[in-house]
Design a protein around this ligand. Structure first.
Ligand code: NA7
Length: 544
């Protein structure tokens, strides 16, 4: 339903983005007594789960660990159907949350922000939407996500294709008909490997264009049984306790054994258990040294490779599907349901772009160095401008007209992945540098912290909040220093290297959620001294 908000609307808090983080920020700020307006570029609620509505899109965190925990009633009444919910169920859930907490009247859809400018004299932000309507707010919160700007590689001829083209992250709300079509899917990250098995049976032909093979392992999805539903509700307090305190925000328990504590036979049995473990259990509950010990990692990779060879009937295709350029866990591992099996379908084929690179897109298909394949439909599953993509494109201007994209030209500088110097009263929970793991958990930590900071400032008579440069330097330095010790490779989009020309900087927080917790606790204990708090009427700044 269109929400025709008045063009001159003035609120305490303006939130951009109706994804998981933005909805929660709207809820928390309303609860704290602020007037709030939320603007969303999409036509509905969901953010990532609105735009990524391609066939097969689903959680790979357990549904009940990804959803909100702030309301026991909400947790009790929403019955997740599957361990890993599919996009339509997720979108229904988020719409339910919005309506249950009466948040929709504070939201405006189809409202893409084109600029957000800070006014130093009043300490407020003016936010303009692409239809020209204008909002003013004391606090501007961009909950625009880290995977929200789709990336189309600069392949020659991309615009020439006369068939249908889709990006997984920009999927239309109207159904896409694949029946009987000759389809090409470019990209084999989490999105590409989700869509392939789901459309394989209905298409006339499916060509998977793979640049890099990934270590895909089974998601091991299942319906949540009635007994499990009851147990989840009985365990609510314990679930909250684990999810709100664990380093990665999952329920999976860490292992206490290293690989070579076990005999060879025990290790093989363990790998088989891991293969059958749901989702991220394969990282969190794995041997403690699988990400650190070369031999341990290699043995697990050999186990996966043997599985691929046992599933995929064509030996050449199987070999091409086994990564040769990185170890398990060095890139974000996709979790699959029938992906390898799909290649046994006679209408599905793999093109190894390392062997035969794409030359160009033609009007009717894709030309590689081995020839042209004709397509009716091309699916670009080619990823996102991760971390900073959305924030750098919103026309955000801070003190003295400073452009955020200029201030971050060499990579983001943040405090707690939530604020940056020179942009007072601007927060971006769910943006770069937050943590790593089950996103809604640490993004929720940030929303809680942002809300507490606003409440603290209000309670002490301040209306301008800007992070202290020393605090930003310390946090950003911590992220950068530790990045080189992390397990993710330079080739990972976590470093931005999937986008040509983007500076190589770690875009998550290498200190993880424990560091986020520790610094937030320190800020609270020390009267928010990491911030410069002031009154917009005062010339001088005040800290505790
Ligand atoms: P990803 O994980 O960034 O995957 C993008 C894929 O697109 C990956 O296989 C890339 O190959 C491929 N790609 C990128 N550019 C090209 C070109 N020019 N030619 C061929 N192939 C290309 O994005 P996803 O959407 O799958 O997943 C993003 C996140 O969503 C995921 O981590 C989950 O959190 C959910 P490459 O590996 O770079 O060789």
């Amino acid at each position: 339903m269109p929400d025709l908000a008045p063009a001159d609307q003035s609120v305490d808090v303006l939130v951009v983005g109706a994804g998981i983080t933005g909805i929660y920020q709207l809820y928390r700020a309303r609860e704290a007594g602020f007037s709030v307006q939320l603007l969303e570029a999409g036509g509905g609620v969901g953010g990532t789960w609105y735009w990524n509505r391609y066939p097969g899109a689903r959680f790979d965190s357990e549904s009940y660990t990804y959803g909100y925990l702030f309301s026991r009633e909400l947790f009790d009444e929403w019955v997740w159907q599957e361990r890993f919910a599919e996009q339509p169920e997720i979108e229904r859930y988020l719409n339910h949350v919005v309506d249950r907490f009466d948040l929709r009247r504070h939201m405006r859809f189809d409202a893409k922000v084109s600029s957000a400018v800070y006014d130093e004299s009043s300490g407020t932000w003016t936010v303009v939407v692409d239809d020209g309507s204008e909002y003013t707010a004391r606090f501007f919160v961009a909950a625009t996500g880290v995977l929200s700007v789709p990336y189309f590689p600069d392949v020659p001829g991309r615009e020439d294709f006369r068939g249908e083209s889709y990006h997984t992250g920009l999927w239309p709300t109207t159904p896409v008909d694949f029946a009987g079509k000759r389809v090409g899917v470019i990209g084999t990250g989490s999105s590409g490997v989700q869509i392939v098995p789901v459309i394989a049976d209905e298409v006339a032909s499916l060509t998977v264009y793979q640049r890099s093979a990934n270590w895909c392992t089974p998601l091991n999805n299942a319906p949540i049984t009635t007994g499990e539903q009851a147990q989840l509700r009985a365990d609510f307090d314990e679930i909250c306790n684990v999810l709100n305190t664990s380093a990665s925000g999952f329920l999976h328990q860490a292992n206490d054994r290293a690989a070579f504590d076990d005999s060879k036979a025990e290790r093989q049995a363990f790998y088989e258990r891991m293969w059958n473990t749901p989702g991220f259990g394969k990282l969190i509950s794995h041997y403690t040294d699988v990400m650190f010990d070369e031999a341990a990692n290699a043995e697990w990779c050999a186990f996966i490779a043997a599985k691929v060879r046992s599933i995929v009937e064509d030996p050449e295709t199987a070999e091409a599907l086994i990564p040769k350029d990185h170890r398990f866990g060095e890139k974000r591992p996709p979790f699959v349901n029938g992906y390898y099996e799909a290649f046994n379908n006679p209408n599905v084929s793999l093109v190894d772009l390392h062997r035969t690179p794409i030359v160009r897109v033609t009007e009717t298909g894709i030309a590689t160095t081995e020839g042209v394949r004709e397509h009716d439909t091309i699916v670009w599953a080619t990823g996102f401008d991760f971390g900073t993509g959305a924030l750098a494109r919103m026309g955000i201007r801070g003190r003295s007209g400073l452009a955020l994209e200029d201030y971050w030209a060499d990579g983001p500088k943040t405090f707690l992945g939530a604020q940056t110097v020179g942009f007072p009263n601007f927060f971006f929970p769910g943006g770069p540098h937050a943590a790593a793991g089950n996103n809604p958990r640490y993004n929720g930590d940030q929303v809680d912290f942002v809300t507490e900071t606003l409440v603290y400032a209000r309670g002490h008579g301040y209306d301008t909040i800007e992070v202290d440069p020393a605090a930003e330097e310390e946090w950003t330095g911590m992220v950068d220093r530790n990045a080189s010790k992390g397990s993710f490779t330079e080739a990972s989009y976590y470093f931005g290297t999937n986008i040509p020309g983007k500076p190589r900087k770690y875009l998550l927080n290498s200190g993880g959620r424990p560091k986020l917790f520790a610094v937030i606790a320190d800020v609270r204990e020390h009267d928010y001294r990491a911030f410069r708090l002031s009154r917009s009427s005062d010339a001088t700044q005040t800290t505790a």
